[in-house]
Design a protein around this ligand. Structure first.
Ligand code: WT7
Length: 572
């Protein structure tokens, strides 16, 4: 088979002619499929959950098929609706109001999802935090967002510097094993059990806030990417077109809701489409994920290249032990999808893997491989209907096909971020004229397929997780032995990139394996495991510009043995 082009198949979105159907496209038409089109009243929690719970033919359908080591539960739309109503009543009792930030720091669990919708139902803004965050990461996010409330568990509480967060009024504890003071700390389960399971949902405007996800850039602390209810239009539509969701599908998105894929496609896309959503807690192993696909008869699977590469390494024999006959559609996101992985999918699973491209800031998929499109392995595909993408130069001029430049999107798609929290200057910096400039470099071929080339900034993508070098450097220099630090992404066949740190030592410290391990653990336990450098190298000095900026580009060239380019701004 010609692996440069894999033929299309039928899907929900069947294009006779991709270009003409794009020309006639109007997002207003999609809005008519929502119940609020007639009433003008909006709440994404209603569209995702309550609407189905009110439908006699849908209310007993399994919304959430949950499994984690030692726990398995099937939760219907009606049950999820009632549970989230109880949560909403508790939040209201504690004076949570429209626009307040309520953060979630807990493992993936049915309680997480009920709480998430409870937050939306009172018109507050949800801030899900990745369960593996350590104190610094948690503190930065709660401080910047000025969260009034945090929902967490006793196990995670020692990573929350509650006393140092004056704006944090209440901490709601799930599974509180002992009595809590009831003033600042609240036994959440007890209050939920005592709360009514009906609630008058708070209706909002399409442009009202719904969600904040923090993400990393090259410089500074993580940034709060702010999304509004309007985004659901695109979650719903891409759920239909790209994920190809149909009534009877069993869908599994492997991402954690602490990252945007885990909310846009682990929450909204499946439930806005009324589909059964598989949620799996616990660690990744190829066996446990294969088991999940088999056991729940998953039909549609959305995952990441880093996991797929691990399946490839685990070998073809393992696959043969499982029955994947229900699986009909696979998609990937987060990093470049290696053509070898697509070949593996075809050979071993008999299915094409469809790459999708988007970012925390874009809120939903923008460049994709629709089921009805021919796949070109190595390409991210083409823009979805209603979205214009181009390659532009640094002034925002469109470049012709096959020329590398900034991957940019014409402003105005529904799920675009509406602000960077507390940082209007940063928000503005994403745009040149009418273009949102992604920070990725790419080119477009003559047929309109986009090909990813790399990041243009210093952001690191390790196993699909986005890490800002500045955060890691800041943590490193907090270690008593470290004087200066420069952090880069080093190419790695399995993880895409690994984090490599260059450091200088303070006087009195000697290089040793123990010291390097201690420094690595310091970042791991202070910030998060995925941000800890896998390699640390000691240098006599770290290259900086005359204005004192670390020259990461130079570090990278040294590491890769590449020409160092222009070093005219180098200090001394
Ligand atoms: C960055 C965004 C929202 C998806 C999860 C990651 C990289 C994303 C692809 C792809 C190559 C990709 C880009 C992008 N990326 N998808 N299909 N091929 N690279 O969201 O953490 O905001 O990261 O991930 O570099 O800018 P994120």
């Amino acid at each position: 088979m010609d692996m440069t082009k894999i033929p299309a198949r039928q899907g929900n979105y069947n294009l006779k002619n991709y270009e003409t159907s794009r020309k006639d496209f109007d997002w207003e038409e999609i809005k008519k499929e929502f119940s609020w089109y007639k009433t003008g009243k909006v709440n994404a929690a209603y569209e995702a959950i309550d609407k189905h719970a009110e439908d006699p033919t849908k209310k007993d359908k399994i919304a959430l098929q949950y499994s984690a080591p030692g726990r398995e539960e099937s939760i219907t739309f009606e049950q999820l609706s009632k549970k989230s109503n109880q949560v909403a009543n508790v939040l209201k009792k504690h004076q949570i109001e429209k626009g307040d930030r309520v953060f979630l720091f807990m493992p993936r669990s049915p309680e997480f999802y009920a709480s998430f919708f409870g937050i939306l139902k009172v018109a507050a803004i949800a801030g899900p935090l990745f369960e593996a965050f350590m104190e610094q990461a948690v503190r930065d996010r709660l401080e910047d967002s000025e969260a009034r409330m945090l929902i967490t568990t006793p196990e995670l509480l020692d990573r929350v510097p509650v006393e140092e967060l004056p704006q944090l009024e209440k901490v709601l504890l799930f599974h509180a094993d002992q009595d809590v003071d009831g003033d600042k700390f609240i036994d959440f389960e007890k209050e939920i059990d005592n709360a009514s399971d009906s609630f008058d949902i708070e209706w909002v405007d399409l442009e009202d806030g719904m969600l904040i996800h923090y993400t990393s850039g090259s410089t500074g602390k993580p940034k709060g990417v702010y999304h509004v209810h309007h985004a659901m239009i695109q979650h719903y539509a891409t759920g239909k077109w790209v994920i190809d969701l149909k009534e009877d599908d069993i869908y599994w998105c492997t991402a954690d809701p602490g990252w945007v894929t885990g909310t846009s496609y682990g929450i909204f896309a499946p439930w806005l489409n009324g589909v059964t959503n598989v949620i799996r807690g616990g660690r990744f192993t190829p066996e446990s994920w294969y088991e999940t696909l088999e056991k729940y008869k998953v039909t549609i699977w959305y995952t990441a290249p880093t996991a797929l590469r691990k399946f490839v390494s685990a070998g073809d024999e393992l696959v043969k032990q499982y029955d994947f006959s229900h699986l009909r559609h696979i998609m990937s996101v987060g990093e470049p999808l290696n053509p070898e992985v697509i070949t593996w999918g075809e050979r071993v699973l008999g299915l094409r893997i469809h790459d999708t491209w988007w970012m925390t800031e874009t809120g939903a998929m923008l460049i994709v491989n629709l089921p009805c499109m021919e796949i070109r392995p190595g390409s991210m595909g083409k823009p979805i209907p209603g979205v214009d993408a181009a390659i532009v130069d640094n002034e925002g001029n469109e470049l012709p096909p096959n020329q590398m430049g900034n991957l940019a999107i014409k402003k105005g798609w529904p799920s675009m971020m509406r602000a960077i929290w507390n940082n209007p200057g940063k928000y503005e910096s994403y745009f040149i004229n009418d273009w949102y400039v992604s920070g990725d470099s790419a080119y477009m071929d003559e047929d309109g397929y986009f090909w990813f080339q790399g990041r243009l900034d210093d952001v690191i993508n390790t196993s699909g997780e986005r890490v800002g070098p500045f955060e890691v450097e800041s943590k490193l220099i907090e270690h008593q032995a470290v004087s200066e630090a420069g952090v880069i992404g080093k190419p790695d066949p399995e993880r895409g990139e690994i984090i490599k740190a260059f450091i200088t030592l303070n006087p009195g410290y000697e290089a040793s394996d123990e010291l390097l391990e201690d420094i690595r653990l310091f970042v791991k336990t202070g910030l998060s495991a995925h941000a800890a450098p896998r390699e640390i190298e000691i240098k006599d000095s770290i290259p900086k510009t005359r204005s004192g900026k670390i020259m990461r580009r130079l570090l990278k060239s040294w590491e890769l043995g590449l020409p160092t380019g222009d070093t005219s701004t180098l200090e001394e």
